[in-house]
Write a protein that binds this ligand. Sequence first.
Ligand code: GLY
Length: 320
Amino acid sequence: MYGIIATWRMALEGITEAEEMLKKGSDAKDSIEKAIQMVEDFEFYKSVGYGGLPNEEMEVELDAAFMDGDSLSIGCVGAIKDYANPVSIARMLSEEPVNNFLVGAGAEKYAHRHGFERKNMLTERAKIHYHNRVKETTDNKELKPYSGHDTVGMVCLDQEGHMTSATSTSGLFMKHAGRVGDSPISGSGFYVDSKVGGASATGLGEDVMKGCVSYEIVRLMKEGMHPQEACDKAVRDFDQELKERRGKAGDMSLIAMNNKGEWGVTTNIEGFSFAVATEKEKPTVYLVKFDENGKQYFEVASQEWMDNYMKTRTAPLVRK
Ligand code: GLY
């Protein structure tokens, strides 16, 4: 059995390519790296890699992680600037004996030393988003500058039973310089153990980190839960906990897959989508919906939804 699951519709092209690779016997490391790179390279996805939205100083600072579920090796970068594929830097860091998590200038030095591609990640389109958001926030104090943070997070299983997890994000739009979210934090943004399965998160990093939610899902799967049961329990319990203790809970959407290729997804927001492909299921985008009793269910995205998604992502932007 092989499979790959990812947060958001934006992962579809990447997981489609990864599924082709997995089918031909590629390993979980190469397949997941390729899938994440494809999201990082597509300039119209505005919260990952090239085209990602900048921090409040109009600089694109990126976070990424890579985990090998066999050895439990982890590599992470935080607040790295001007490199095309943070996930590949994270992968190389996961192969180092120590110094596995580098941030800022240190991460950039490492990337330079190892010949990674330098690239100005700030696009004209992202600059327009920035200016428009600054204007909207100034005009209307109710608007939240931080809204909109769609991290790509994935879990992958290859035919040999090896598993990986990886993430990549530009983090919260208008974040402070140097802010690092959950995405490169082991157990929060991602976790994988090939003996069990893996999980990955998208949402408000500050809250995901409070609950180490990806690790919690893997722990529950280890106790015997199906990935869906584990996601439901971890996300619902922690959402409730945050509401009781803090009055509110930030956005949290988690995806998981076990080492049999079974998967699960739970979110506490409207409008979450995810993409999955396994030996048994062609690459598919699902939308997460809620019925009148608040119960979550999945719907395969219609062609109309898919067409509209790409149209809105690529529509010309005008500076206000
Ligand atoms: N989940 C992405 C972030 O908070 O940066």
